[in-house]
Design a protein around this ligand. Structure first.
Ligand code: F6R
Length: 608
């Protein structure tokens, strides 16, 4: 996850920027850089590797400017070398960027056809060149940025400074976080409040779509329609920084909102964006081609991520998958053919049942592959190979961002397996990778439905029982929705495969029962619509979570329809997880429950 810092200051800012970047080191990075303006002239220093390499460069060739931007880069497009390190610069500006510009290829082709030459392999340079192009057409920096921002798709944050403009910095937020810091005669930009703590205790968090114009005198914030807006300024307590909730009431909310960023970061670890291919960043001690089956075990939400991946592995790679909750797997003495793959999914990497299953599989001579979030965990240590989810620390007890990052990694593994087994062509892979690259942007769109979800949550909070239905990969998501709702709101909820409804649960349906149906417009959509008819005919109140096409093609009288942006059916569960999480969150908040620490639950379950 890249880190951004910017200072419009009153003394040379490069040392302060490096200090702030150090506070963003926890996000992970592989190169870093700083650019400043001195008498209107841009200069920059960049270095591969750790910040000390950048510091060494700055020591031998200091940057004296009083305004500057800095960046720690986690490589996505292009190698982690100095050329690709940020800030990127043209004759007109320097820019730092966190996140993914999804449509960079088409924008780049457009600029190249106008004769623009690119120096790097990064998606960031497209932003630099687009704004520069507008400035060459005679526009001022603010107007050039205003014209460029709506052309960028994806989840990202940006910071700009401009040649000849010693008192102007622009920051923009679209799906990746960005905070403004307010000082005395100085103002700041940062990926989070932690970075700005040495300079100020007063910050405002930009809303999605906001962009900000910073000078020494003040900060103007505009929303995505260009209207001036005010964002609440918060006093931040320096001591509690690492567990900062940003401008969210709960860690769970913060973690839901972080998903476009952390899913993007996880994706960048497994996908070569430029080549449009999955590239697993470690050697596998087995060949997917030779596997006869995969056994997956996990608990709770991690199990449900595994269940989604069963559909992916079977469909994309044609590998039979068996999946168990780990508390059953560990005791059922499953016969496992030596040399097969046992896959474990866990946020904490410490869950007792999953760990015991891992040890059982290890004793049965399986290859052990774990998808874990805590890299130093016991599971990570005891596995043959670890596929890291880069969700960052998850504090809310109810898992959210770890889930969508697990899905991201599992889908990359399924695609790699499909390629190795010859069940996916290069064109199929490219289509899936393009769909994956779009996911952070779509998640950020999905988050924009929050207000509608919040209103609905008030209705849901009156229910005693709630049913969730879905088919295909939406079925595990229905189970996840029910799990999330019950664990934080304590409302009884069950998830069912939509086709199972008539085999029992339909007896429960009456006008008091909300039925939440997750149905993106995929190959199973019509089947799910038939199941919704069955619910409607019995007076059940339907909340439909679908996409634009799905909403157009249903004329059922629903209690509400939450319309998600359209996504490729394979990646839809990652996007549709967002409203499912938000619905549980807002219901619990409305009911006054302790969402971050629900009763009876622990974050890491180290007992069986
Ligand atoms: C639900 C939740 C739990 C965990 C489960 C496994 O929101 O968080 O169901 O998913 O306890 O935990 P890990 O992933 O740490 O193995």
């Amino acid at each position: 996850m890249c880190g951004i810092v910017g200072i419009v200051g009153t003394e040379p800012v490069a040392p302060q920027i490096v200090e702030a970047l150090k506070r963003l080191e926890y996000r992970g990075y592989d190169s870093a850089g700083v650019a400043t303006l001195q008498d209107g002239k841009l200069d920059r220093r960049r270095a591969e590797g750790k910040l000390r390499n950048l510091e060494a460069k700055l020591e031998s060739a200091p940057l004296p400017g009083l305004i500057g931007i800095g960046h720690t880069r986690w490589a996505t497009h292009g190698k982690p070398n100095e050329t690709n390190a940020h800030p990127h610069a043209t004759d007109k500006l320097a820019v730092v960027h966190n996140g993914i510009i999804e449509n960079f290829r088409e924008l780049k082709t457009g600029l190249e056809s106008k004769g623009v030459r690119f120096q790097t392999e990064t998606d960031t340079e497209v932003v630099a060149q687009l704004v520069t192009w507008e400035m060459h057409q005679g526009r001022g920096p603010i107007e050039a940025v205003a014209i460029t921002l709506p052309r960028l798709r994806g989840a990202f944050a940006l910071g700009f400074i401009f040649t000849g403009e010693d008192d102007l910095m622009i920051g923009a937020r679209h799906g990746a976080p960005l905070a403004i810091g307010y000082g005395h005669g100085e103002n700041y930009l940062g990926s989070d409040a932690l970075a700005l703590a040495p300079f100020t205790d007063e910050v405002a968090y930009l809303d999605d779509g906001d962009w900000a114009i910073l000078t020494r005198r003040g900060v103007d914030i505009r929303d995505e329609d260009g209207q001036m807006v005010q964002r609440t300024r918060h006093k931040i307590a320096t001591g509690s920084f690492l567990a900062d909730k940003g401008n969210h009431r709960h860690f769970m909310a913060k973690e839901i909102h972080e998903q476009p960023e952390v899913v993007g970061r996880t994706l960048a670890h497994y996908v070569n964006f430029t080549a449009g291919r999955v590239e697993i960043p470690f050697d596998l001690p087995f060949d997917f081609k030779n596997l006869k089956r995969v056994s997956i075990s996990a608990c709770g939400t991690a199990y449900l991520a595994g269940l989604v991946s069963k559909y992916w592995f079977e469909r994309l790679a044609r590998i039979p998958v068996e999946i168990d909750v780990a508390s059953e797997f560990r005791y059922r003495e499953a016969p496992l053919e030596p040399g097969s793959l046992a896959l474990f999914v866990s946020q904490s990497g410490e869950t007792a049942d999953t760990l015991a299953s891992l040890r059982y599989a290890s004793a049965e001579k399986q290859h052990i592959l774990s998808v874990v979030n805590v890299a130093t965990s016991t599971m990570a240590r005891e596995s043959d190979v670890v596929a890291a989810t880069l969700a960052g620390v998850e504090i809310g007890v109810a898992s959210t961002k770890a889930f969508t990052c697990q899905l991201t990694v599992l889908l990359c593994l399924a695609i790699a397996a499909g390629r190795a087994r010859g069940t996916l062509s290069a064109a199929d892979e490219k289509e899936l990778v393009d769909a994956l690259i779009g996911v952070p942007g779509l998640m950020s769109e999905a988050i924009k439905r929050e207000h509608q979800v919040e209103m609905l949550a008030r209705e849901l909070s009156k229910a005693k029982d709630v049913l969730y239905l879905g088919r295909g990969t939406s079925y595990p998501l229905a189970l996840e929705g029910a799990l999330k709702l019950k664990e934080i709101s304590y409302i009884h909820a069950e998830g069912y495969a939509a086709g199972e409804l008539k085999h029992g649960p339909i007896a429960l349906i009456d006008e008091t029962m909300p039925v939440i149906v997750i149905a993106p417009h995929d190959a199973l959509f019509e089947k799910t619509v038939s199941n919704m008819q069955e619910v409607a005919a019995r007076g059940g109140r339907i909340i439909l979570i679908t996409d634009e096409k799905g909403a157009l093609e249903t004329d059922l009288d629903t209690m509400a329809t939450i319309v998600m942006p359209s996504a490729h059916p394979i990646v839809a569960p990652i996007v549709h997880a967002v409203p499912v999480q938000l619905l549980a969150y807002h219901t619990a908040v409305f009911m006054g429950k302790d969402v971050d620490q629900p009763r009876n639950l622990a974050k890491s379950v180290t007992v069986e």
